[in-house]
Design a protein around this ligand. Structure first.
Ligand code: GLU
Length: 508
């Protein structure tokens, strides 16, 4: 019988969530939904030295913003909890002990000073940081070199020690990656990773294997940076006798710097002026704020769509995908093997497309908050929606709405006189004077009637309409931008239109 699909995103709560992390979430989510499976969020917080307060809540908030919610998590619970590794501490030791008993792991008593000494002693030009491996372990203080009695007494005295995996010498470790196909490593190239630390906490290597097993994970997707760790994990699955239950692996290609040279880092974002984190992240140690896509004005639909196609396409030219379409079309076989270059301009293009495509009601509240932050309080919600509808084609980021639409709610303080003055004359002043009189008595206030009166008056005065529209725009908007000027007048209302004309006439 086919096993029920169970996938996991397993971040360490160490800071802001990189867009590569969100893409890993997304691919997990899509795969789970496509197969009627379960998507799990597991917090890998066994490394207390890297733990950062607030990072877990932040990750959960990011998933919520992107609407990629897990089925099981520390928040949502589930049958295979706890979902925080620090709360599973007691689970891991028995497996480390089992491996020691089987001769596939060993106790190592080396002190930090002894480890430094080893590095200094074996350092060469070609090998500047020698590893604790199948050669060097022979010369260190561990249960492979000490006698059974020595080991026993060190343990009974409570001597600090770690458990290390005994990597075989010159063995080929192979597995099939869903993206890369057959992958092989020579085991001699990997050091004897620590599995259990002196404080009794497992390292990532032990915890990831134990938890993937206990949580019945069927497919494990993670960034390519974990590929070098794969041989250790594969061997642990084998040594613990769980090979038949091992998940299928997929190591996702890296997201690269825009120039294609190396992995995109937070520093690249700072340097090049774009975000790499999903949402604003405030480092609790320094209070430094790193900008996120959300606060910059991205829609979650656009952010998710952009990430989906950063390293995957369905073989067609289509670029805009809803989450439903992604669930239907996504396939790991079509994920590219090589890294995907990040292109911020393209990311903004996705956002622009989604601002046009999504119903304004879905982002109205966010825009309203931006308006509030700029001192504009929205009183008429239905007018607000009509305004957003009218200007959305001109917005790339949600923050663009502030510039594109503020004038609907607040008369411009300064007018672009330079665009009007050179061609301004008495006739035009007269035209607008008459126009505002006619507006006063106009019964219906809509685009068509406004336009009709405007054209009729221009004909009477014998002035080309083209010469009048720009001054009218400057009167209403203050500058040379915005949607059709008659639509603007219709939306800002009769009284306000007349007021703005009258005020402008005192300035021109
Ligand atoms: N805890 C690892 C990380 O922080 C997870 C790697 C994996 O998914 O196996 O990315």
């Amino acid at each position: 019988m086919e096993k029920k699909v169970r996938v996991r995103f397993a971040p360490s709560p160490t800071g802001g969530l990189h867009l590569g992390g969100v893409r890993t979430v997304l691919y997990n989510y899509l795969f789970a939904k496509q197969h009627g499976g379960t998507f799990i969020l597991r917090i890998e917080d066994t490394d207390q030295t890297r733990y950062v307060a607030g990072a877990e809540e932040y990750i959960q908030d990011c998933l919520k913003w992107c609407d990629l919610q897990p089925d099981e998590s520390p928040l949502h619970g589930g049958e295979h909890g706890p979902y925080r590794q620090s709360e599973r501490k007691e689970t891991y030791r028995q497996y480390a002990e089992q491996l020691v008993k089987q001769g596939q792991a060993y106790y190592a008593f080396d002190t930090p000073a002894e480890l430094d000494e080893m590095r200094a002693k074996f350092k060469t030009e070609e090998n500047p940081s020698p590893q604790y491996n199948y050669v060097i372990r022979q010369q260190m203080r561990n249960s492979l070199t000490l006698t059974a009695d020595e080991v026993k007494s060190l343990l009974s005295e409570g001597t600090p020690h770690v458990v290390r995996v005994k990597m075989p010498d010159n063995d080929m470790v192979s597995f099939t990656d869903m993206i890369r196909g057959e992958v092989s490593f020579n085991s001699s190239l990997t050091d004897d990773k620590v599995l259990l630390k002196a404080d009794g906490m497992p390292t990532y290597h032990l915890a990831v294997v134990v938890d993937d097993y206990l949580m019945k994970i069927t497919h494990a997707f993670r960034g390519e940076e974990w590929l070098p760790s794969a041989p250790v994990h594969i061997l642990l699955w084998k040594y613990l006798g769980w090979s038949d239950d091992m998940p299928q692996w997929a190591h996702l290609p890296l997201i690269m710097k825009p120039d294609g040279h190396g992995k995109l880092s937070k520093r690249d974002g700072d340097r090049l002026g774009f975000p790499v984190f999903a949402m604003n992240w405030t480092d609790p140690r320094t209070n430094e704020i790193t900008k996120g896509f959300r606060e910059l004005g991205f829609l979650p639909e656009a952010f998710v769509n952009m990430l989906a196609v950063l390293g995957w396409n369905d073989g067609t030219e289509q670029e805009i995908f809803s989450i439903e379409e992604l669930i239907e079309r996504f396939s790991l076989e079509k994920v590219h093997k090589s890294g995907a270059k990040f292109d911020f301009e393209k990311a903004k293009w996705f956002n622009h497309e989604w601002i046009k495509k999504a119903p304004v009601s879905s982002y109205k509240l966010q825009v309203e908050r931006l308006f509030e932050a700029n001192g504009i309080i929205i009183e008429d919600e239905s007018k607000f929606e009509r305004v957003l509808e009218l200007v959305k084609d001109r917005c790339t980021l949600l923050t663009d709405f502030v510039h594109q639409a503020s004038f609907f709610f607040k008369a411009p303080r300064t007018l672009d006189l330079a665009s009007v003055k050179p061609k301004w004359n008495e006739d035009k002043a007269m035209f607008f004077d008459i126009l505002s009189e006619k507006f006063t008595v106009l019964e219906e206030w809509n685009t068509a009637d406004i336009e009709a009166i405007f054209k009729q008056t221009a004909a009477e005065k014998n002035i080309k309409i083209g010469e009048l529209q720009l001054p009218f725009r400057i009167m209403l908007v203050g500058e040379k931008f915005g949607p059709a000027v008659f639509d603007i007048a219709a939306l800002i209302g009769k009284e306000e239109t007349i007021n703005r004309i009258r005020f402008a006439l005192t300035q021109f």
